[in-house]
Write a protein that binds this ligand. Structure first.
Ligand SMILES: NC(=O)c1ccc[n+]([C@@H]2O[C@H](COP(=O)([O-])OP(=O)(O)OC[C@H]3O[C@@H](n4cnc5c(N)ncnc54)[C@H](O)[C@@H]3O)[C@@H](O)[C@H]2O)c1
Length: 490
């Protein structure tokens, strides 16, 4: 493979990708708008931690001369035959796709694009965006014709931060071109830069799978991720009902999933990150009449406020209480707060008059302050605790670690009940110690997520359910809450 590659966006996904390609002997120009990122990468240093293998592989790639970095995307593209775009596409406060970064990257790509090149968008996109938005934008900026003068495809990135190099081998690489030639060109490229594990469980050999169209590739990524959000929303509904009925939902899920057609996920205090809370909205951008993804988002968005309400019930009110929120990252082991539920938890605590403080083993006090969170140190006095992130450090926590604590809400079912003794403790999805088996479910409701007076506890189940007709986009936005706001970059 002699083609040169430009990777546009050297973030948590783009940088490992660039390193993977350079490791296969390909000359890679990494482009990023951040001078700090470019300086670090040029020096062989990763701008972030937590990606196993990245530091060593990056050092090797830079030392070999195969990976270089620049802030000049247009120049990088002009020197390359393959262009991989992997900059963020989040949603705005109204829940609509915020194309600013990817549009800006596209304009720079277009300005440097050469005839005969392949442009592959790996950023997760609404269906039709590759062909209908970026095809014309590239054409306008380059005066080249998509499909005729250059190849264009979507190849969604399906890896997760923290396991990227393993995931690149583990999952089939999906491609879909705007025409057959673009798809074939993309398949040849990715086959040359990726290796794949044997996967006898798959219906066809693991490797590059050409789905035949950019739209099929776009929808596949949105489908597999929206499925997860809807599944979690269902687990949250079941969890609310089970807790009220005196049933442990985790036991139920384990039992249900022993049958091969049940794949229930777990309930929890929030759904965060760049992906799962965002992609259902990218899906809805293409199919605004769809109901289930919109309702699932609504349900999952209400969970942080619901957890705070559970705490208020335990303490008899939150005004003036020092509440330690454990975990800022959206999930364990990943130093990432994009769309993390911690922000909604903190806001709701503050709205109820509490003094929220945040601890995270992956973040220094200065970093937490930089996120506008008041740092908390394990061992410092507090009145109550909410576990937000399933960091393993929290499994063994005991009241002695949190002097003064008089109530715990565990949003991830990670704390050890044996260690909490007589301290009032509630776990999302598990019955309260004194739960009546016939209590009506304390469901997540739209009111939970709304700013305004504290929600009453007797809201009807209908509050949390889909309206009978298909929702308009405006309905979906109104229900959307804060889970996908772009204001909390990682
Ligand atoms: N993070 C994940 O786990 C994950 C998983 C699968 C897919 N993805 C996809 O990858 C995309 C990027 O995610 P990430 O985690 O790498 O994001 P990130 O925030 O870690 O990195 C994005 C990088 O792009 C750069 N950038 C922004 N605008 C740019 C522009 N116009 N030109 C050049 N560079 C620009 C930023 O400076 C940053 O370094 C996501 O939006 C998503 O579509 C992410």
């Amino acid at each position: 493979m002699t083609a040169r590659v430009a990777v546009v966006g050297l973030g948590k996904i783009g940088l490992p990708l660039a390193v993977q390609m350079a490791g296969k002997g390909v000359r890679v120009r990494g482009a990023d708008v951040s001078q700090a990122v470019v300086d670090l990468v040029s020096g062989g240093r990763a701008p972030f931690s937590g990606e196993p293998g990245l530091a060593e592989r990056l050092g090797e790639a830079v030392q070999s001369g195969l990976l270089t970095a620049t802030t000049d995307t247009t120049a990088a593209v002009a020197e390359s035959e393959i262009v991989v775009v992997v900059v963020p596409l989040l949603t705005d406060a109204a829940g609509q796709p915020d194309y600013r970064a990817v549009d800006a990257a596209t304009a720079c790509v277009a300005a440097g694009l050469r005839a005969g090149s392949l442009v592959s968008y790996e950023t997760t996109l609404p269906v039709h965006a590759t062909r209908q938005r970026f095809g014309p934008a590239l054409a306008a900026g380059s005066r080249l014709r998509p499909g005729l003068d250059f190849r264009l495809c979507h190849s969604p990135e399906r890896v997760s931060s923290g396991t990227i190099f393993a995931d690149l081998r583990r999952y089939p690489k999906l491609v879909g071109g705007i025409d057959a030639c673009s798809g074939e060109c993309a398949a040849r490229f990715y086959e040359s830069v990726l290796d794949f594990d044997e996967r006898p469980d798959l219906p066809r050999p693991n490797g590059v799978w050409d789905l035949g169209s950019a739209e099929a590739a776009e929808l596949t990524k949105l489908a597999e991720t929206t499925y997860r959000d809807v599944n979690i929303a269902l687990a949250n509904e079941f969890g609310c009902f089970a807790a009220a009925a005196g049933i442990d939902i985790y036991q139920v899920i384990a039992a249900a999933n022993s049958q091969p057609f049940s794949h229930l996920h777990r309930p929890g205090i929030s759904v965060g990150g760049h992906c799962i809370p965002v992609y259902p909205r990218l899906y809805l951008a293409g199919d605004p009449g769809a109901r289930l993804p919109a309702v699932a988002r609504q349900i999952n968005d209400t969970m942080p406020a619901r957890a705070v309400r559970m705490l208020a019930e335990l303490t008899g009110g939150l005004a003036g209480l020092r509440v330690a929120v454990l975990g800022a990252a959206y999930r364990s082991g990943v130093k990432e707060t994009a769309c993390s539920g911690v922000f909604a938890v903190v806001r709701e605590l503050a709205r109820r008059g509490a003094r929220p403080m945040v601890h995270d083993p992956l973040y220094s006090a200065a970093e937490l302050r930089g996120l506008r969170l008041l740092p908390y140190r394990i061992g410092a006095p507090c009145d109550a605790v909410i576990v937000h992130t399933d960091h393993p450090e929290y499994n063994l926590l005991a009241p002695a670690d949190l002097p003064g604590v008089r109530a715990l809400v565990d949003g991830r079912a990670v704390t050890d009940p044996g260690r909490w003794g007589a301290i009032p403790r509630r776990v999302i999805g598990q019955p309260a110690g004194n739960a009546s088996p016939h209590r009506p479910p304390d469901r997540p409701t739209a009111g939970d997520a709304a700013a305004g007076p504290a929600p009453a506890d007797n809201q009807t189940p209908a509050d949390g359910h889909a309206p009978p007709d298909r929702q308009t986009p405006a309905d979906g936005q109104a229900l959307a809450g804060e889970g996908t706001r772009a204001g909390h970059p990682g």
